[in-house]
Design a protein around this ligand. Structure first.
Ligand code: SAM
Length: 221
């Protein structure tokens, strides 16, 4: 993709990759149109920032494909007043999309260099409603619970019960669940103490590494 006009690349991305695949939520579409994704990728990849794929962000990690960010965000059914927990800050792009939509975002990252870079980037872009914490997000972040929604942007072997426990009544957990190579995007909704689990679509994420994710040695390089 030629990046001579990054804004028109971004609008084209929303039309051809996001709306064309059925994403309709106005808040999600507006956020994707607004957040400058090219600022979240390494300079070597800025020409590909609006391409239809995940991109490397260093340290073996990735910024997710735009469509995957869109569907995960749409699936949370956000209205704007929510407090959302993200597990896997990475570049900070998904956190910025959420920050455009909801009142407050708590985001957890286990790799210090990524957490620091994302915090700096989000500060420079003026996102005052995002807090980033370093730590094992497979355990959630009980200090700020309960959350209206939790999104995990790394693949887990199973649904960590501790994350479900940190949802508010009516809360939604969106998480890729499967093996290290392929997962199913899964939504757990909790209402009146009842849990409903829905399998949404296939996806591929880097592994969630931690107490309620994969062990370091279980995952491929
Ligand atoms: N949401 C990110 C973005 O918008 O750029 C993309 C996230 S990337 C696909 C997955 C991230 O999850 C990586 O940065 C990885 O270090 C992080 N991660 C993996 N296991 C984690 C854990 N237990 N706690 C917090 N972060 C974790």
């Amino acid at each position: 993709m030629i990046s001579g006009n990054l804004e028109s690349d971004r609008l084209k991305m929303v039309e051809t990759q996001i709306k064309a695949r059925g994403i309709e939520n106005r808040l999600v579409l507006e956020a994707l149109k607004k957040v400058p994704r090219h600022v979240f990728v390494p300079p070597d990849y800025s020409d590909s920032a609006y391409a239809d794929r995940p991109l490397p962000i260093g340290l073996g990690q990735t910024i997710s494909q735009p469509y995957m960010v869109a569907i995960m965000t749409e699936t949370m059914n956000l209205e704007g007043h929510e407090k959302v927990l993200e597990v896997g800050t990475g570049s900070g792009y998904q956190a910025a999309i959420l920050a455009e939509i909801v009142d407050h975002v708590v985001s957890l990252e286990r790799v210090p260099e990524l957490a620091d870079a994302a915090a700096e980037r989000l500060r420079e872009l003026g996102y005052a409603n995002v807090e980033i914490h370093l730590g094992d997000g497979s355990e959630g972040y009980a200090a700020r619970a309960p959350y209206d929604a939790i999104v995990v942007t790394a693949g887990a072997p199973e649904i960590p019960g501790v994350l479900v426990d940190q949802l508010a009544d009516g809360g939604r957990l969106i998480i890729p669940v499967g093996n290290s190579f392929q997962q199913t995007l899964t939504r757990v909704t909790v209402r009146d103490g009842e849990r409903k689990t829905e399998k949404l679509e296939g996806c591929v994420f880097v592994p969630l590494i931690g107490k309620f994710g994969w062990g370091e040695c279980e995952t491929p390089d």
